[in-house]
Design a protein around this ligand. Sequence first.
Ligand code: NAD
Ligand code: MG
Length: 382
Amino acid sequence: MKRIAVLGSTGSIGTQTLDVVRSSPDLFTVTAIACGSRIELFEEQIREFLPEMAAVYDEAAAAVLAERVKDLPVRVLSGMDGLIEVCGASPSDIVVTAIVGMIGIRPTIAAIEAGKDIALANKETCVTAGHLIMPLAKEKGVNILPVDSEHSAIFQALMGRHGSKIAKILLTASGGPFRHASPEELRNVTVAQALAHPTWNMGAKITIDSATMVNKGLEVIEACRLFDVTPDQVQVVLQPQSIIHSAVQYEDGSVIAQLGPSDMRIPIQFALTWPDHLPSPAEPLDFTKLSGIEIGVPRNDVFRGLPLAYEAIRAGGLMTTVYNAANEWANAAFRQGRIGFLDIYEVIEDAMNTADVIPHPSVEEILDVQGAINRRCEVKYG
Ligand code: NAD
Ligand code: MG
């Protein structure tokens, strides 16, 4: 029995994680869960999975929940301390970090400090604090198992090949809903259009990031952090059907790829069952029904989210935090109708142009810069 804590259990990755648990009750048990503020689904999850701990970030919502579940033997926690306790102090073997944004940094570090493996979905934590998390995980003997489909694919393509050198990583991208759009069309894109992703059904923030290609930018940085490669070794390849989930090209020219349906339950489950592939609730690919696998090159002149990420990782240090924090602000502002689609790039570029780069930022420095960027953006664009 693997004991699982899920940070962000009510979201897209969180609910799919619980789906994986539901389909293999003999393999997994859920010991702790956490969410932001919406407690209806959360209460149902508590009643179904009977975790020992449940944390709600929002204090008022946590109080309401505590009252509602007082018939159950669950400890209800709240605030950042509650998230940290779910990750660090719960009786769990692995923490699925299915929370969105840099709020995941402290809980993830707490889990690693406590020696728990990490099934890492929360890419913003890897992008901003990867230089702290990866060495800490090594020191504590903790496995960081990628959940992001591309990184799961790369991780699989690297398995068992210790003597071989990577020539490059081929990181695939669907290109999002606006793959063929002109800059003029992009200027007037609505939130509803940007939320209609062609191949993946995901949370709102990452869906907008996919439309801007910032998601792929974050994933380039994530790949450099997870697999210790240089940005020059990561090539983004468009694969609109999302069937090839990424690949590794070795020095002899061999390309090892991982393919499958666009169903996140496969990489989520693999992070939980690694190194084994076990029966999953996902529908397998039917190769008799595939009509071709299209490949293309990203349009970096239009979708500037990607080249800006290369600039950020090359600059290093605090710059990946600047890139990510500015995007977190801009992504939310776009969803609230406060800025336009293309303004997202302006916000990121402006933050990067005015940032001071600290080479090896601490958690405090990372979070301080996020606060400073949020305040500056509110004044400048709010
Ligand atoms: P989502 O918005 O659907 O869910 C986010 C979850 O985090 C919810 O459970 C929410 O309650 C919780 N949360 C938000 N703020 C919180 C707070 N302050 N305290 C505690 N909990 C909080 O997001 P998602 O699409 O599931 O994405 C989660 C992470 O996984 C992101 O980092 C995303 O980039 C990554 N990811 C998602 C997918 C996908 O298919 N959805 C694929 C790859 C990577
Ligand atoms: Mg991905």
